[in-house]
Design a protein around this ligand. Structure first.
Ligand SMILES: NC(=O)c1ccc[n+]([C@@H]2O[C@H](COP(=O)([O-])OP(=O)(O)OC[C@H]3O[C@@H](n4cnc5c(N)ncnc54)[C@H](O)[C@@H]3O)[C@@H](O)[C@H]2O)c1
Length: 377
């Protein structure tokens, strides 16, 4: 198993990228790319060419190259990397196509529609020796990093809780989907908990429910208790139909340790009951949300550093979502190892590329394959 990836040394010119997916989030990415001196926007891809044309016009660049095929447009414009902001169902095909064309990929969360597809993408990244990083944008937050630093003075940390209570009326697909909170939102908090604890999930017990006044078809509320690899418990509780006294989009956090507690309201500087030396002002600025993940991605490609969200590392955040959904539907505690094993078998059965299949089959265990350190070639 190798998670080595090719680098593109800095020659003074910005990295030429194309953005695939010109929907709501795609437009946010396009603005971020345009504002960054690290990258140069070389084109936009969307199955819906009109959406790509309109997005180019809205940037004030009506002459920008557009297309409906990723590898073709990338080749036509000499792109060096791909930013995949398509719908989750398209993450696997679009990223597979880009990696096979020899291009590194920065993709929106979730890594793919399923953990099984995520494993296929990890194997494809290994096969082609290209970086595939998932942008888990809420990690790029100065206060979150500060909360992690403060928690290092608590002694052993045993309990982390995140409360997420909001009342958005989205309309559209979220109102009609199954598991709207778990599938569309909770991955952010699950991933943040992994970051705060430097730990991965072992098992989960989760309940989902839909309050009587909910305007969602699927369950808008859920509570999940995860056991993490250090023995800690991470408790997520939230609702998407709770007006009044709403929490931050980042959630409201409590980190409880042997000697004290860190509180973070999700929007302001966290506080600790244990005095720490130094102050947060000295912390390195991680960049803000997608601008931070874009910077991390370019830095990894330029220097070979391992970015947060490298595919092998990121899959465990989607595994937390799938395990929580499975627990809620079966009423039983779910072992993440058994979910990973089932996903691995599904990935092997579904894989159509013989070379990717060979890589998957060479893994001795999913956890050890995902734990592989990435190294620049
Ligand atoms: N990080 C965050 O906070 C955050 C917020 C919103 C959305 N997202 C993520 O961003 C992604 C996109 O979400 P969105 O809200 O922009 O969706 P959207 O439906 O508004 O846009 C998706 C676009 O992708 C295009 N597309 C679909 N399949 C394609 C394919 N095979 N090739 C090229 N284009 C294709 C569609 O035509 C559409 O224009 C999702 O993965 C979502 O989870 C992340």
């Amino acid at each position: 198993m190798s998670t080595s990836f090719a680098t593109i040394p800095d020659d003074g010119a910005p990295l030429r990228v194309i953005v695939v997916g010109a929907g709501g989030m795609g437009r946010a990415w396009l603005r971020t790319v345009e504002e960054s001196p690290l990258v140069e926007l070389a084109g936009i891809v969307d199955l819906d060419l009109k959406a790509a044309v309109e997005a180019a016009a809205s940037l004030g660049r009506p002459d920008l190259a557009v297309g409906d095929r990723t590898a073709r447009l990338a080749s036509d414009v000499g792109a060096q990397a791909v930013i995949n902001v398509t719908v989750p169902a398209a993450h696997h095909p679009v990223t597979t196509e880009a990696l096979a064309a020899g291009l590194p990929v920065l993709g929106e969360k979730p890594v793919a529609s399923t953990v099984a597809q995520g494993l296929s993408l990890a194997a494809a990244a290994e096969l082609h020796g290209q970086l595939f990083m998932v942008s888990q944008s809420r990690r790029y937050n100065r206060h979150l990093i500060s909360a992690k630093r403060l928690s290092s003075s608590l002694g052993s940390v045993g309990i982390v809780s995140a409360e997420f209570f909001k009342a958005p009326h989205f309309g559209g697909f979220r109102d009609a989907m199954d598991h709207p909170l778990l599938l569309d939102m909770a991955i952010h908090q699950f991933d943040m908990a992994r970051f705060l604890l430097d730990a991965d999930p072992v098992s989960v017990f989760c309940e989902e429910y839909n309050p009587s006044w909910s305007w969602y078809r699927g369950d808008a509320g859920s509570t999940a208790i995860f056991e993490m690899t250090g023995g800690e418990r991470f408790v997520f509780t939230g609702s998407w139909c709770s007006p009044g006294q709403e929490t931050s989009w980042n959630a409201s956090w409590r980190i409880s340790g042997e000697h004290g507690t860190v509180l973070w309201d999700g929007d302001n500087e966290p506080v600790s009951s244990v005095p720490v030396s130094g102050n947060a002002a000295g912390l390195e600025d991680p960049g803000q949300e997608i601008a931070g993940s874009l910077r991390d991605f370019v830095s990894a490609i330029r220097t070979g550093s391992t970015p947060m969200g490298q595919v092998h590392q990121n899959i465990m955040s989607l595994a937390m979502v799938e395990a929580a959904v499975l627990s809620a539907s079966t009423g039983a505690r779910v072992s993440v190892d058994s979910l990973l094993e089932d996903s691995y078998q599904q990935a092997i059965l579904a894989e159509r590329d013989p070379a990717v299949l060979e890589i998957l089959k060479s893994w001795t265990s999913v956890r050890s394959a995902l734990a592989g350190q990435s190294v620049a070639l």
